[in-house]
Design a protein around this ligand. Structure first.
Ligand code: FAD
Length: 293
């Protein structure tokens, strides 16, 4: 059972309740991105278990009339184990999702995982949706669903990655970056990261036909994306986390596609503590939940 403090950020321990949360989001015109919490597995059983849970979730989404996608983490699918475990597990889940017309996002973890994550994304995107880049994920071979990957504005390499991804048939989620990274690979200064974020969006709105996802709660970044959309006409979507600026999510959904990232599962503690350490506002919220207003 998720305690009241954490259930602002984590939907539930079970997929059934998480899917019901997405149904309520859909009533507000917001779509869901379901994430089964789990990362950095060092043995195969939890990798196999999470892949099985995702396959079942994909079938549940396909059977429902919900606007929902899934998002997976490379280290949840065995990246830390080495060998082919990650590639094979991801390929298996993406294959099932493609068969059922469900979109798959790949989260980006720390910089040591970027190459393996982008390589796997590109290979699967070309295999299933080969041909033109497509926001809907409906590629040249007619397969439904689609695949997307996240890129982080704090990493110095990301501009090159964003250029490389321009002709890959999938979506790209732009975020500022959640991991503490060393200065030789990542910008450390918040203003610099914001500047990079804007530059990356400028490039994408200019060079991508579609498939841009703005993964940010920052009103300045969202306004910047809206301006670029109006200037270039390129479609985009906005993605925010469950429990963060929910009123803004509903307001924006009146005009643009908005997705809420909905984590669930029994490994909720580390995700919850990360949200707590990210912003004092979240800590204040937690204290209010414990001590009243
Ligand atoms: P910040 O720079 O944290 O804040 C900027 C402004 O946004 C604030 O001044 C405020 O105006 C507003 N704001 C931010 N938070 C709040 C709040 N709690 N309440 C009210 N206003 C607020 N990172 C990764 O490294 N890999 C991933 O795969 C990844 N996936 C993500 C998916 C989604 C859908 C989202 C939304 C984020 C993801 N992130 C990921 C996290 C991301 O990298 C950032 O760490 C996180 O989003 C914080 O940056 P920000 O752009 O939201 O705004």
């Amino acid at each position: 059972m998720i305690p009241p403090i954490a259930n602002r950020f984590v939907a539930s321990e079970t997929s059934a309740v998480a899917l019901e949360h997405v149904r309520q989001l859909n009533d507000r015109n917001v779509a869901g991105i379901l994430n089964l919490l789990g990362e950095h597995y060092e043995t195969r059983p939890p990798v196999r278990a999470d892949a099985a849970e995702y396959r079942a979730l994909i079938r549940d989404i396909a059977r429902s009339d919900l606007e929902a996608t899934i998002s997976v983490k490379p280290s949840q699918f065995g990246l830390d184990l080495g060998g082919d475990v990650f590639r094979e597990t991801l390929a298996d889940v993406v294959g099932v999702a493609a068969d059922h017309g469900v979109f798959v996002w790949i989260d980006m973890e720390d910089h040591t995982t970027t190459d393996a994550t982008l390589d796997a994304f590109e290979a699967l995107a070309r295999e299933h949706w080969g041909g033109e880049r497509s926001a809907s994920g409906h590629g040249a071979n007619g397969a439904a669903g689609g695949i997307g990957v996240c890129v982080q504005a704090n990493l110095r390499r990301t501009r090159e990655d964003v250029e490389r991804l321009a002709d890959v048939p999938g979506k790209v989620r732009f975020v500022k970056g959640a991991y503490d990274e060393p200065a030789d690979v990542a910008y450390q200064d918040a203003d610099r990261i914001d500047r990079e974020y804007r530059n990356l969006l400028e490039y994408a709105f200019n060079h991508y036909d579609d498939g841009i996802a703005v993964g940010s709660h920052d009103p300045e970044m969202i306004d910047y994306a809206i301006d670029r959309h109006e200037e270039h006409g390129t479609d985009f979507e906005i993605q925010m986390l469950m429990g963060v600026r929910e009123d803004a999510q509903t307001d924006l959904a009146g005009e643009y596609p908005v997705y809420q990232y909905v984590p669930y599962g029994n490994r909720w503690k580390s995700y919850f503590y990360r949200r707590m350490t990210e912003r004092t506002e979240n800590i204040r919220f937690a204290l209010r939940a414990i001590f009243g207003r």
